[in-house]
Design a protein around this ligand. Structure first.
Ligand code: COA
Ligand code: AMP
Length: 638
């Protein structure tokens, strides 16, 4: 039996140059590359070296030139502000070129960084594309992060310009962004000279003279800017993601490899062709938003849905299905947690009834492990294939997926299917030896990574190498653990580091611990991710108090919860914290987070022989039980 997906995969591994060189024809170049794959600086591989292109030109202008100016590029729908309109490719070109013209007029030029801290509005897409147009490097910061997190990113990226909005709108109410930006600018050592602020009617922001400029006023008379050729290897953007320390990692994405890989993925993974409508219900602050709300659909001349709302509560659990019907969405992408939220409110799928979903071919899920229950529920209620696929901020596009635009292979619940062309995925033991099918190990990818993946960490080649390339020379460490079956299907089961995944959002427990330790009563803290029926995981903190501290459990809890919200942001979803007398540690002082997590989630565990004081595990169990974990979780039902 022929397996076209496998044939494609083999081509991509056996002759990388031929494979990706052919894929690159989908992109318009000012100058063709000299080498498809440049390995002269390995392990820093470069794709399409000496090639020149412009990502914005490929995402916008060329479609207008091809006569598609009247087609919708964006369908913007914001149930939280009751706003809905379409932006055609011609309108997008006009908006983006004017904004780029303004940026150029205030001195933003090729290689300059621009931080974008904005909600889900079309202007955020304009801002990203305007940067790409003039060769500036954008760094979008998710709106659910607090001022301090924004300041950390500003300090690292050192932007010439910050683009923001007066506010975001969440179901819980208006979230003023501008005061958070002001606070971040106060905190950061890097001095930002100029901010462009989009005024939204829900909140009027104070503008600081000489630094802050009103968006609409500023761009009113701007002279549109043309696309600037950039090297394929020049950075398009920096996207910060959680590492194991409090300092986020600035993932750098290039222009050329990114455009080629994303265009390829649209057709082969998502089966999206020019003119089709694609919807990724995520946020532009995350990698899913970068790749599949903004760049990939536009690169192939499709229509993207930009949605400012939630799966439930804006106003009900039927909003996703009605939106798919309204815009004729062909492929829909969201996180399993969103489906779990819908299932919780509409277990029988009443909101699907009466909605015509004939336009929808496939539901794609990613961002966290997809539990088989969620997969089965969605499949049964929608009557469509539900496709789990696995990737990460670093890779920028799927590492393992079912190639729906090539030929679907059978779905195995719990697996994101096989490695995608370009990715040589292996599961290895601690010494780097490949483990047999079915046996768990560390999931690694043989170098070089395909186009579109990270090229380094922003101005930190050393951290890039130490984090990803050192443990297994010649391989990229994904940080995920899992196994592969006899048919080459991958199963991604957990992280090997201290990263947790909360509602599809990646967070560092190390960062939580740093914040908890800033509280004057706290001597030591450990944070673990515990199972949660809705969000997959939620953070749970255990703190040891300093000697002689007299504080009630409630006061401690409330202050620590408030502190995390203030320092990391509401997205941290931090609500569980309690004091213990002592944390379980090895004799060398390593906190036994893994064992604590197993106790919380009612999994069997063996205390390590090196444990300093076995009684500490009982203390932890008591604290966890008080918080509704350990045994209590068994009784929870969704
Ligand atoms: N700006 C400001 N605040 C934000 C925000 C943003 N862009 N995004 C989220 N927040 C806030 C929320 O308002 C909430 O604050 P609250 O504590 O005051 O209620 C908090 O951050 C947590 O938000 P969220 O993670 O969205 O949780 P929720 O409980 O409000 O909703 C879900 C739960 C499952 C509905 C929601 O997490 C969801 O839609 N998840 C989809 C996951 C996703 O898109 N992941 C991206 C990767 S594919
Ligand atoms: P992020 O960088 O925020 O996209 O998070 C990436 C991490 O989320 C991965 O390293 C995995 O741990 C997890 N993840 C994403 N998608 C999946 C999936 N389909 N199955 C299992 N884990 C996933």
């Amino acid at each position: 039996m022929t397996d076209p997906g496998l044939a494609l995969y083999q081509q991509s591994i056996e002759d990388k140059t031929a494979f990706w060189g052919e894929c690159a024809k989908a992109i318009d170049w000012y100058q063709t590359w000299e080498k498809v794959l440049d390995d002269s600086h390995a392990p820093f591989y470069r794709w399409f070296s000496k090639g020149q292109l412009n990502t914005c030109y490929n995402a916008v202008d060329r479609h207008v030139q091809a006569g598609k100016g009247a087609q919708f590029a964006i369908r913007y729908f914001s149930p939280v502000t009751d706003t809905e309109y379409g932006v055609t490719y011609a309108e997008l070109q006009a908006q983006v070129s004017r904004l780029a013209g303004y940026m150029a007029s205030v001195g933003v030029t090729k290689g300059d960084r621009v931080v974008i801290y904005m909600p889900m509005v079309p202007e955020t897409v304009y801002a990203m594309l305007a940067c790409a147009r003039i060769g500036a490097i954008h760094s979008v910061v998710f709106g659910g992060f607090a001022a301090n997190e924004l300041a950390t990113r500003i300090n690292d990226a050192k932007p010439k310009l910050v683009m923001s909005a007066s506010c975001g709108v969440e179901p819980s109410g208006v979230v003023p962004y501008k005061p958070l930006l002001d606070k971040a600018l106060e905190q950061s050592n890097h001095k930002v000279e100029r901010c462009l602020i989009l005024g939204r009617s829900q909140y009027v922001a104070q503008l600081q003279d000489g630094r802050d400029y009103d968006w609409q006023q500023a761009i009113k008379d701007a002279v549109p800017a043309e696309c600037v050729p950039v090297a394929a290897t020049d950075p398009l953007y920096i996207l910060y993601t959680s590492g194991t320390t409090g300092q986020p990692k600035g993932v750098v994405r290039d222009n050329g490899g990114h455009a080629v890989a994303l265009a390829w993925s649209m057709k082969h993974i998502y089966n999206i062709n020019p003119g089709d409508t694609f919807w990724a219900a995520s946020d532009v602050g995350w990698v899913v938003g970068h790749s599949y709300i903004v760049y990939a659909p536009l690169l192939v001349g499709a229509t993207t849905v930009l949605y400012e709302g939630k799966p439930v509560g804006t106003p009900d659990p039927g909003i996703f299905w009605r939106t798919i019907e309204k815009y004729g969405v062909k492929s829909f992408f969201t996180a399993p947690t969103a489906i779990r939220a819908i299932k919780r409110e509409d277990p029988n799928g009443h909101y699907v009834d009466g909605v015509n979903l004939s336009c929808l071919e496939t539901l794609f899920l990613a961002g966290e492990r997809c539990d088989p229950d969620t997969l089965h529920w969605a499949g049964a209620k929608l009557g469509k294939p539900v496709i789990d696929h696995w990737w990460q901020t670093e890779t920028g596009w799927a590492v393992a997926a079912n190639l729906m635009g090539v030929q679907a292979i059978p779905v195995k619940p719990g697996s994101p299917a096989r490695a995608v062309p370009g990715y040589q995925v292996e599961v290895v033991d601690e010494f780097g030896a490949q483990v047999p099918p079915g046996q768990s190990g560390n999931v690694v990818i043989k170098l070089p990574l395909p186009p579109g993946t990270l090229t380094t960490l922003w101005q930190n080649d050393k951290r890039y190498q130490e984090s990803y390339l050192t443990m297994y020379p010649g391989y990229y460490l994904t940080g995920d653990a899992g196994y592969m079956d006899e048919d080459g299907y991958l199963y991604i089961m957990s992280r090997i580091d201290d990263i947790i995944n909360v509602a599809g959002h990646r967070l560092s427990t190390g960062r939580f611990e740093e914040v908890l330790c800033q509280h004057p009563a706290v001597a030591e803290a450990a944070v673990i991710g515990v199972d949660d029926k809705l969000k997959g995981q939620v953070p749970l903190g255990l703190v040891v108090l300093k000697n002689g501290i007299d504080i009630s459990e409630k006061q401690l809890h409330d202050e620590l919860v408030a502190k995390v919200r203030q320092e990391i942001g509401p997205v941290a979803a931090f609500k569980l914290v309690s004091a213990v007398q002592k944390l379980p540690k090895t004799r060398s002082g390593k906190i036994l987070r893994g064992t604590m997590r197993k106790i919380a989630d009612n999994q069997s565990y063996t205390p390590p022989a090196t444990i300093e004081d076995p009684l500490t595990l009982d203390l932890v169990r008591d604290a966890l039980t008080r918080m509704g974990y350990a045994d209590a979780l068994l009784q929870q039902h969704i």
